[in-house]
Design a protein around this ligand. Structure first.
Ligand SMILES: [Mn+2]
Length: 393
């Protein structure tokens, strides 16, 4: 059995003011084409369908079109991510035709969608994005809520999956199992994870991650959330990544769809299908003279570029001069080479510093003293409340 794994479409998202709708239409077309060209048997979309809880009408229409086109060909399984409103994404899902499975309810965790191939059953267990503050109650098996963490609620969800799977396998030993989840998963070992600026901060209690060990006992885990394609721990726990670049931190990522193949004994192959990007992207840094004349940038004049000009003083008519060579420049900024360290750090680091570090530095700067544990707790709680308000049921 072959399955197409994708996630993080972020329909409705722009890129520094550029409307990506047309490019997203092309992505949808390419997904549909890949289902046919690669003889795919099912499509898994692991969250962040939309970029925000209330997406633009054009994006809602595009999603409706995508679901229709895909489900005409094969079963489609969809879960909400952190950017989607589960309620809005799930509207009408119990009325959908056979083959469309938009799973947004936590009560569905542990209930699979059953497929078959020549080797026997294949069970797909969709897990919607688990907000710990909600899921610690919904997924608790007794009256006590679970610990307030991503790891605790994902562990509870996976225990339900493994429980169902064990009883199913007792009768059907040849059963293969696939899980869909939207989370920040880290390998237990010291593997480094590639993060992108376009991912949402989901930390709760100061922690945003789940160990890959939580996903033991299944053949494949189709993850969403990280926008760079990568596996975590073993080969069978994977992020497809977003099919498009949504930030300059992603210029070096190959955007792709994954076509995974399950044999009689589990995962046998993972093929990546490169997604055609609307325009190449690049980051450029140098003095204005270098930016305007260097041969090294010749191939980038049609690209979406982020230009950092490093002259000590801000050059006159900076934007107009840069645009003359790079008409598609999206970000043009003056970052003096000997400027404040803070500014340079912010420009060179693809991942923002920890918000708690900002709070600590602020308190140290203002009071000359270290932050107290009570102050840190108050800050963390306020920050997470603000993050939570950005999400939506
Ligand atoms: Mn995302």
């Amino acid at each position: 059995m072959r399955m197409l794994h994708t996630s993080d479409w972020h329909l409705g998202r722009g890129l520094h003011g550029v409307d990506l709708h047309e490019a997203q239409q092309k992505v949808v077309s390419q997904v549909v084409q890949t289902v046919t060209s690669h003889a795919v048997d099912a499509v898994l979309i692991s969250g962040d369908i939309y970029d925000r809880a209330v997406p633009p009408v054009t994006s809602v229409r595009l999603w409706s079109h995508a679901l229709k086109e895909l489900s005409t060909l094969v079963p489609v399984m969809v879960t909400p991510g952190t950017h989607d409103s589960a309620t809005r994404l799930g509207v009408g899902s119990d009325l959908y035709r056979d083959g469309v499975h938009v799973v947004t309810e936590l009560s569905a965790v542990g209930t699979p969608i059953q497929l078959h191939d020549a080797n026997g059953p294949v069970l797909v267990y969709p897990i919607p994005f688990l907000d710990p503050d909600v899921a610690r109650h919904a997924l608790s098996d007794d009256s006590e809520p679970l610990e307030r963490s991503h790891e605790a609620v994902m562990t509870a969800a996976m225990n339900r999956v493994r429980g169902h799977l064990a009883s199913f396998r007792a009768a059907e030993p040849a059963t293969r199992a696939v899980v869909m989840a939207h989370a920040f998963v880290l390998s237990g070992s010291s593997q480094t994870v590639e993060r992108s600026e376009s991912e949402r901060d989901i930390r709760v209690g100061g922690v945003d991650s789940v160990s890959s060990d939580v996903f033991s006992g299944v053949d494949y885990v189709a993850l969403g959330h990280l926008h760079g394609a990568q596996h975590v721990g073993r080969e069978g726990i994977r992020y497809s990544g977003s099919p498009m670049r949504f930030s300059f931190s992603e210029v070096n990522q190959t955007k792709q769809l994954l076509v995974i193949e399950l044999g009689a004994d589990g995962l046998v192959d993972v093929e990546s299908v490169a997604v055609v990007q609307p325009r190449s992207m690049a980051t450029i840094s140098g003095t204005l003279d270098e930016v305007l004349t260097s041969d090294g940038f010749v191939g980038m004049t049609d690209a979406w570029v982020q230009v950092s000009v490093t002259d000590a003083a801000r050059p006159a008519e900076l934007v107009a001069k840069v645009r003359a060579r790079f008409p598609e420049a999206l970000v043009i900024r003056h970052v003096p080479a000997d400027g404040p360290l803070v500014e340079r750090a912010a420009c060179s680091s693809p991942v923002p510093v920890q918000p708690t570090e900002v709070a600590e530095a602020f308190v140290r700067y203002v009071t000359g003293d270290e932050i107290s544990s009570a102050e840190l707790a108050a800050f963390t709680s306020a920050y997470e409340r603000a993050l939570g308000e950005g999400r939506s049921a």
